[in-house]
Design a protein around this ligand. Structure first.
Ligand SMILES: Nc1ncnc2c1ncn2[C@@H]1O[C@H](COP(=O)(O)OP(=O)(O)OP(=O)(O)O)[C@@H](O)[C@H]1O
Ligand SMILES: O=c1[nH]c(=O)c2[nH+]cn([C@@H]3O[C@H](COP(=O)(O)O)[C@@H](O)[C@H]3O)c2[nH]1
Ligand SMILES: NC(=O)CC[C@H](N)C(=O)O
Ligand SMILES: [Mg+2]
Length: 505
């Protein structure tokens, strides 16, 4: 039994499922036109129609399959979904005179969906069409200055529609609406991390059968959690490979080996430093670097597969943000090709096992706690697969790598020493190609500028720059300039995501 989310191409569809998970409800996402029988297989308790880029009055507008809206279950339409509900019930939808993007204040709200909500209601809007005539049996239950029909309901038929997106964080009270909808559906709110783990384990077992799995492991939270999950699913048919590509931080290889050995998984460390640094020599374009790294990772995995295999399956700790940033696939733009998604070569010989592909970082951390991953790995700041390669702007040389490793080590050890590591979600140092004039010991210097960056975020989709204390930043700046002679200037990055991203490349 689940709530079925029909996807009409919204950027936010997975966030709807994520909010339901947070509320303890089980949901599945199916294509907008999924056949009635497929939906019935899920024994639906309710149906959500997602948003989407189309307009309901277009000839080619996607629609739920015949019979789906005749099911006697509650239906919630979001944005495109609400417009579809209204049109289908006999109302009108037209391109509005005024489009609404971003935040809008509801000037009035009420009704069943808003039960328990008090005070001002800020709604996140993203639409250019609007419902202009209400279908029979429906009532308007919310409005904004620009959109008189912002939420509708037909409580007798248990049909609800909202023009805004209750699933995004920019609609702060939106979760209450989703909870109210789940209550109308009488959906059980007992979907816990344990259930999610069971489902993931089962999914892996079905996919892999009796096959052998090679896991790319980095010592980060995603792949380490995955190691424990896979050990449950396939036992000793798992081999974990940790690749030292020469782009790791100071002492990282030894630290990762020490941290992973107690997990009890068969672990192989590969020295692929020459391979990666050779392939990257002289390359300065960020996307080109990312693609080369993606390809070399796979080449390295293939080599280990020949040694310890054969392996049909390659497991990676890919998360949803890696997917959405890498691909234009789900209606989103290509921001950067994450090495494990957009950077994969076309001739990939493995079948991918990526159980976390629909999850966000904080959800993986919950699963990690359940599987007993030690806290020092579970709460470690993320470190990107391409490592320091995307923190050295421009081409990579052994000299620059050596500089950045020392800067990074001072910054990260400093955060731990001053007990600030856990106050931010990720911290990093960047080596810029900028050289500037300084004066040290009465001598003129002409040396590199490095940037320090620290951010606060839960899901790494959006982030704020961390307000680290000035005194701490001052100490870091002194230490870096004194200990790393190639640096004579330190700057702190005070940009959020958006408009910047967390990494600089
Ligand atoms: N050095 C490496 N050796 C082998 N596999 C790696 C390496 N670095 C990254 N990977 C693979 O790429 C995936 C994505 O990397 P990513 O950094 O996003 O996740 P993570 O390292 O597991 O966790 P975290 O985000 O906390 O660093 C990893 O889950 C892992 O499967
Ligand atoms: O494994 C990875 N392979 C990659 O190619 C990659 N690019 C970015 N990141 C990490 O993803 C999060 C979001 O980063 P951005 O804001 O820079 O896109 C941050 O946590 C980044 O460190 C990567 N991780
Ligand atoms: N975000 C949406 O679902 C948009 C629906 C429709 N395309 C509109 O612009 O109104
Ligand atoms: Mg990592």
């Amino acid at each position: 039994m689940s709530v079925v989310i029909l996807d009409f191409g919204s950027q936010y569809t997975r966030l709807i499922a994520r909010r339901f998970r947070e509320l303890g409800a089980y949901s599945v996402i199916l294509p907008g036109n999924a056949p009635l029988e497929r939906i019935q297989q899920e024994s639906p308790l309710g149906i959500v129609l997602s948003g989407g880029p189309s307009s309901v009055y277009d000839e080619s507008a996607p629609k739920p399959a015949p019979g789906v809206l005749d099911l006697d279950v509650p239906v919630l339409g979001i944005c495109y979904g609400m417009q579809f509900l209204a049109q289908q019930a006999g109302g009108d939808v037209k391109r509005a005179g005024r489009r609404e993007y971003g935040k809008a204040d509801l000037t009035r709200y009420g009704g069943q969906l808003f039960e328990g909500v008090v005070g001002e209601f800020v709604a996140w809007m993203s639409h250019s069409d609007s419902v202009t005539r209400l279908p029979e049996g429906y009532e308007v239950v919310a409005e904004t200055d620009d959109t008189p029909v912002t939420a509708i309901e037909n409580t007798q038929r248990r049909r609800y529609g909202v023009q805004f997106h209750p699933e995004v964080v920019h609609t702060p009270k939106g979760t209450q609406l989703l909870l109210n909808f789940l209550k109308v559906c009488a959906a059980p709110l007992d979907w816990t991390a344990e259930h999610i783990v069971e489902e993931l384990v089962q999914g892996v077992q079905e996919q892999v059968g009796e096959g052998k799995v090679l896991l790319g492991i980095s010592g980060g939270v995603d792949s380490s959690t995955l190691a424990l999950l896979l050990a449950r699913a396939v036992g000793d048919r798992l081999t974990a490979v940790f690749i030292d590509h020469g782009l790791l931080r100071l002492g990282e290889r030894e630290q990762v080996e020490a941290a992973l050995t107690p997990l009890g998984v068969h672990l192989v460390t590969v020295d692929a430093r020459e391979q990666f640094l050779g392939a990257l020599a002289g390359v300065s374009d960020p996307e080109e670097k990312r693609k080369i790294i993606g390809r070399e990772f796979i080449r390295a995995f293939e080599k280990e597969a020949r040694e310890y295999g054969p392996f049909d399956f390659l497991a990676q700790g890919t998360l949803y943000p890696d997917v959405i940033e890498s691909s234009g696939g789900e209606g989103a733009a290509n921001i950067k090709s994450h090495h494990n998604v957009g950077g994969l070569p076309d001739d990939l010989a493995f079948k991918l096992v990526e159980p976390f592909r629909t999850l966000f970082k904080d959800e993986v951390r919950q699963i990690a706690a359940l599987l007993g991953l030690p806290d020092h790995i579970r709460m470690r700041h993320p470190f990107p697969g391409p490592g320091l390669a995307i923190r050295i702007l421009g081409d990579i040389t052994p000299e620059k790598l050596d500089i950045l490793k020392r800067v990074d080590d001072i910054f990260i050890s400093g955060l731990r020493e001053f007990r600030l590591y856990d106050s931010c979600s990720q911290a990093l140092a960047v080596l810029t190609p900028i050289r500037s004039v300084g004066v040290m010991g009465d001598e003129r210097t002409y040396s590199y500028t490095c940037a320090l960056r620290a951010v606060s975020t839960d899901d790494f989709m959006t982030a704020e720059w961390a307000r680290l204390p000035y005194d701490f930043l001052s100490t870091m700046s002194n230490r870096i300039v004194n200990q790393v002679h190639e640096i004579n200037r330190v700057v702190y990055d005070i940009t959020g995501k958006p408009p910047a991203t967390i990494e600089w490349e």
